[in-house]
Design a protein around this ligand. Structure first.
Ligand SMILES: Cc1cc2nc3c(=O)[nH]c(=O)nc-3n(C[C@H](O)[C@H](O)[C@H](O)COP(=O)(O)OP(=O)(O)OC[C@H]3O[C@@H](n4cnc5c(N)ncnc54)[C@H](O)[C@@H]3O)c2cc1C
Length: 378
């Protein structure tokens, strides 16, 4: 069977590699390299699966995907380091929410989780402060773009610089150049463009993708020793994101971020990036306005949570210890009602399967999402 996979991020690459074991697969990517968007602009955290609604796709595929990813990285000699993560309650008012998160994590089968008091917290992160914490020792860091390149390296045919315009009902794939490629099945994993490509292919316009930009800061190298692993806040129940966190990365840098703000460009990363078509789409969509009307306080909190976060968790830090870092843009699916789609969303239309929502932890879960897509394509 001839299968075309659209999108060379980690989800597309993982699916293409799995399908290539017994099918004739071509992976198409519009950029000149793989992993150019979300996959190459993220925190690099292999999540253990604490947060997700039990029995959701996110909960199930994050656990399984994390296990598959560990095995894959070991097999391919790709560095994956279990630095461990603390979710920190800054003061006693956050302890109830912390314990509720611990119960959810147990229900999701997260391994070796421990609840710590203030002294236990400091035994793991000596420079951090807080009233208590959850410790997830198997949370890890990895370079998801490197994983993506390795996965795609196992697919015989990969074409970059190949933007897809639409997919026809008979599974023919039309490129922006007008070239038509015949296929028996098509898998669309287009990240920030997934709603546009679905719509151009005759699928429902919604859920729409609303891009949320996340900026990072970096600790100055001489202050990086203040953070040993990963330090996360207790999540804000009003937001779909995990909150601004401190992340030690594979190269020893410590990043603080990402915050969250409506992005005015889907795939541009400069500080004041603005693409009229992207900005107009985000602002004109009624769902965006309803979301902001309901959650504006949380939105302001998420936007302002930058350097201040780092200093609240590590009191020895001062603003001068942080410098601006890179940014990433999340593809978050949103309904017209203003409801954020929490779970992964995969939609089949005849011979085509569209990934309509694959936000965090989709990089962690990618190898398990690939299995799910494989089943749905059959
Ligand atoms: C700031 C940030 C932090 C995050 N942190 C984490 C984390 O720590 N851990 C985690 O598990 N997840 C994290 N995520 C989420 C994770 O990065 C994404 O869920 C994951 O990368 C999604 O992969 P993807 O392949 O679906 O999308 P993408 O990586 O965006 O790939 C989609 C690809 O499709 C291509 N494409 C689009 N349209 C077309 C077209 N018409 N023709 C051809 N190609 C096309 C794009 O160019 C792109 O390469 C984070 C995300 C962000 C933005």
């Amino acid at each position: 069977m001839r299968i075309l996979v659209v999108g060379g991020g980690i989800v597309g690459a993982a699916a293409a590699r799995l399908l290539a074991a017994d099918h004739d697969v071509l992976l198409l990517e519009k950029e000149d390299r793989l992993g150019a968007h979300q996959t190459g602009h993220n925190s690099g955290v292999v999540h253990a699966g604490l947060y997700y609604a039990p029995n959701s796709l996110k909960a199930r595929l994050c656990r399984r995907g994390g296990d598959l990813l560990r095995a894959y990285c070991a097999q391919r000699d790709i560095p994956l380091v279990e630095l461990g993560k603390l979710v920190v309650a800054l003061d006693p008012s956050e302890l109830d929410a912390l314990h509720a998160l611990g119960e959810r994590a147990q229900a999701n089968g997260v391994r070796d989780l421990r609840v710590l008091d203030a002294a236990g917290l400091r035994a793991i992160e000596p420079h951090a402060t807080g009233a208590g914490a959850l410790h997830s020792p198997h949370t890890a860091v990895v370079d998801f773009a490197a994983v993506t390149r390795a996965l795609a390296g196992e697919v015989r045919e990969v074409r970059t610089n190949s933007a897809v315009r639409r997919i026809h009902a008979d599974a023919a794939v039309e490129l922006e150049t007008g070239e038509l490629l015949a296929a028996d099945r098509v898998l669309v994993c287009a990240g920030l463009q997934s709603d546009r490509l679905a719509r151009a292919s005759g699928q429902p316009r919604e859920p729409a993708i609303v891009p949320f930009r996340g900026d990072y800061w970096r600790l100055r190298p001489e202050r990086a020793h203040l953070v040993r692993g990963l330090i996360y806040p207790v999540p804000d129940p009003e937001l779909p994101f995990l909150g601004t966190h401190l992340t030690r990365r594979l190269d020893g840098e410590v990043w603080v971020g990402p915050n969250a703000a409506l992005a005015l460009a889907r795939e541009r990363y400069s500080r004041h990036a603005f693409v009229p078509r992207d900005a107009a789409a985000a602002l004109a969509f009624p769902g965006t306005r309803r979301l902001l009307a309901h959650h504006w306080r949380a939105a302001v909190r998420a936007l302002r949570a930058g350097e201040r976060t780092a200093i609240r968790y590590i009191p020895e830090l001062t603003p001068g210890d942080l410098e601006r870092g890179p940014c990433g843009i999340r593809a978050q699916a949103l309904e017209r009602s203003g409801t954020l789609l929490d779970d992964f969303a995969l939609a089949r239309a005849g011979p085509v399967v569209f990934v309509r929502n694959a936000p965090s932890p989709a990089a962690t879960a990618a190898l398990a999402i690939a299995e799910e897509l494989y089943e749905r394509l059959r």
